[in-house]
Design a protein around this ligand. Structure first.
Ligand SMILES: NC(=O)C1=CN([C@@H]2O[C@H](COP(=O)(O)OP(=O)(O)OC[C@H]3O[C@@H](n4cnc5c(N)ncnc54)[C@H](OP(=O)(O)O)[C@@H]3O)[C@@H](O)[C@H]2O)C=CC1
Ligand SMILES: O=C1O[C@H](COP(=O)(O)O)[C@@H](O)[C@H](O)[C@H]1O
Length: 461
């Protein structure tokens, strides 16, 4: 993304002792500072663990090492970074943390969602320095109503453009590349509509299983964890109208308009959604227990680990085109792709045989590649259609997804974050599915960990 003047001088990570901080945020910060050595950031970690500064520096160094982070910005940060033990739900503790911040702080809520909401409430009693940035992780709230309440709470604290509702998929380079691919070429936009596109599928199947995250995941499940947030954002970027600029206002207006027009296909979760849960199996060489036997899981919740749902977008451009989003855990093969399937050619000349498959554009995420699958009639019999793929490698991108997220936070540029109304809209979109699933109207199918999903499910993409 574009690089703005850095607005934030201190990054205060609330929940610095957690998984997100050490596995994703800190490595991304190291990566960002290596690639942009002119940045200067003071990093403060805060959490309920009784850590010393020495221990915290060790955690930061270890995380930075995973990205081979180096250079003057990294050295400067490592010299000064420190850790403060605090209960972030208490106003006094939050005041203490803010007093330790130099200049303009960004508070990154790397906290369980309920604790983040409590911390926001406590911040009402705290005086925030001007231009303070608040960065909140997904899921933003637990349903439409709580997202509206959290928005109202945040509005009491800072203006909307100082709130970053983080969705790291928007920092994913393939998602960013979609902007260039769609809007910097003449050939795609004229066919990017229901006249030419038959369906769009977004698939994010992971080989990872629960990874010890039952405390959060068992209450969320695949629909909330992946579709309500990340994949609907991807849908919005695929389907949005061309923004005039890459400014946060233009990008977020364009995404917001698409999501406001999106609803469950035919308003029927029964026909348009499926859910599954893995049983014991082997993924690669790893033995995976049945989801219900994972520590911390409550089987009576009937949490799904694989979700698939089809949506419609009620606009002139997209009327009648199904958008199917799917994500699952403990699937036998990792598959992360956007598949755009074009309608068949209106007439294939009589005498040309074998044009059975439609043109498909595949955009693969991490590693970021693209392939356009075409029908051609060479090199063999000129009367027979064969398939050919035009492929391109997008390269790794300057920064990883969380690096882009952190650049946005430090520059106080919300372009890659989710606007408040859009976060609410995403809950509105999935609400009918959540309701019918909770009422048991859509069966919870089983699939063996390491398989491609429940038998009987027709593959997509
Ligand atoms: N982990 C991941 O892969 C991803 C996580 N996220 C989101 O990031 C957020 C954090 O997740 P994750 O890091 O996995 O969660 P963890 O449970 O690993 O970490 C949460 C952190 O918050 C701290 N904490 C909890 N209560 C308090 C309190 N009252 N005062 C101070 N610190 C407190 C915990 O400290 P202690 O352990 O001492 O309680 C811990 O450091 C969630 O919203 C999640 O959805 C988003 C994308 C990916
Ligand atoms: O936010 C989340 O995303 C990850 C998948 O994203 P990736 O960039 O790590 O591939 C997912 O595994 C996790 O369950 C979810 O909370």
């Amino acid at each position: 993304m574009k690089h703005m003047t850095q607005a934030v001088t201190t990054l205060l990570v609330l929940g610095g002792s957690g998984d997100l901080a050490s596995r994703l945020l800190l490595p991304a910060l190291g990566d960002l500072l290596t690639s942009e050595p002119q940045r200067r950031v003071t990093l403060i970690g805060a959490g309920s663990e009784d850590w010393t500064d020495v221990h915290w520096r060790h955690v930061v160094r270890t995380s930075f090492a995973t990205m081979k982070a180096k250079g003057p910005a990294v050295d400067d940060l490592l010299k000064k970074t420190h850790y403060i033990r605090a209960d972030v739900t208490k106003a006094d503790d939050l005041s203490r943390l803010l007093e330790a911040c130099e200049g303009t702080p960004a508070l990154y809520f790397a906290l369980p969602p309920a604790i983040a909401a409590m911390a926001c409430k406590a911040l009402e009693k705290v005086s925030l320095p001007p231009k303070t940035v608040l960065a909140l992780e997904k899921p933003f709230g637990t349903d439409r109503r709580s997202a509206i309440a959290l928005n109202a709470q945040l509005a009491k604290l800072v203006p909307e453009d100082q709130v970053q509702r983080v969705d790291h998929f928007l920092g994913n380079s393939t998602v960013l590349n979609l902007l260039g691919l769609r809007f910097a070429n003449r050939i795609l936009e004229p066919v990017w509509n229901s006249d030419h596109i038959q369906r769009v599928d977004v698939i994010y199947d992971e080989t990872l299983a629960l990874e010890g995250r039952a405390r959060y995941y068992d209450k969320a499940g695949a629909l909330i964890d992946m579709i309500q947030s990340h994949l609907l954002q991807v849908l919005a970027v695929i389907a949005m109208e061309a923004p005039s600029t890459l400014s946060s206002q233009d990008l977020r207006d364009a995404k917001g308009a698409v999501l406001r027009a999106t609803r469950v296909w035919n308003d029927s979760p029964l026909e348009s959604s499926r859910r599954g849960r893995y049983t014991a199996g082997t993924v690669g060489r790893e033995k995976v227990p049945s989801y219900v036997d994972e520590p911390g899981v409550d089987p009576s919740r009937e949490t799904e680990t694989l979700a698939e749902a089809t949506f419609q977008i009620d606009t002139w451009r997209w009327a009648g085109v199904p958008f199917t989003l799917r994500s699952g855990k403990a699937i036998g093969e990792r598959r992360r792709e956007i598949v755009v399937t074009f309608r068949p050619a209106p007439h294939v000349p009589t005498g040309l045989r074998g044009a059975h498959q439609p043109t498909k554009l595949r955009l693969m995420l991490a590693p970021d590649t693209m392939s356009l699958e075409l029908n051609i009639n060479g090199p063999g019999d000129p009367d027979v259609i064969e398939r050919a793929s035009l492929t391109a490698d997008f390269g790794p991108g300057q920064l990883r997804a969380y690096g882009e997220v952190l650049a946005g936070v430090l520059d106080s540029d919300p372009a890659l974050s989710v606007r408040g109304d859009t976060a609410v809209e995403c809950w509105r979109i999935v609400a009918p599915i959540l309701k019918e699933w909770s009422e048991g109207k859509v069966p919870l199918d089983s699939y063996r960990a390491g398989s491609m999903g429940p038998s009987g499910w027709i593959g997509i993409g």
